[in-house]
Design a protein around this ligand. Sequence first.
Ligand code: UDP
Ligand code: MG
Length: 160
Amino acid sequence: FLPHLIASLEQVDQTYIMVKPDGVQRGLVGEIISRFEKKGFKLTGLKLFQCSKELAEEHYKDLKGKSFFPKLIDYITSGPVVCMAWEGVGIVASARKLIGATDPLQAEPGTIRGDLAVQTGRNVVHGSDSPENGKREIALWFNEAELCQWNPAQASWLRE
Ligand code: UDP
Ligand code: MG
């Protein structure tokens, strides 16, 4: 009873994960979704989407002013992306670990970027860097009607 109560008090967070245009063009969508799916996180939103310059700039607004910003916006708008909302306890930090370092050459083998990419400007995937940004980015990329609240059948096999 007590462990269940404690578990139910654990904070469930949301994170925004996005397969960038290079990941879509290279046929890595299934591979990338699989990493999060197999880990045991819950998918609550998923779509293929061509984003506008305005949306890309809003998404990356904290990086406005960096020298690479214009190229980053060109990259993110260069083709369709796959937008995903995922949910779980500790998901934001865990997803960042699964994704690996920003520079794929520094990313550990076993991570998405470590296994699948070679350059910072073509690092195949995005993941939110804080629970606050997770919420902000999901609200930015999805309408409420595109998000599903559901109870995965495997829940009791993932957590005590
Ligand atoms: N980026 C880049 N050059 C840099 C730093 C970042 O092109 O020197 C791009 C890269 O695609 C990165 C994105 O900008 O994923 C956002 O940068 P951030 O530092 O937030 O890295 P992330 O959170 O994606 O690991
Ligand atoms: Mg970031």
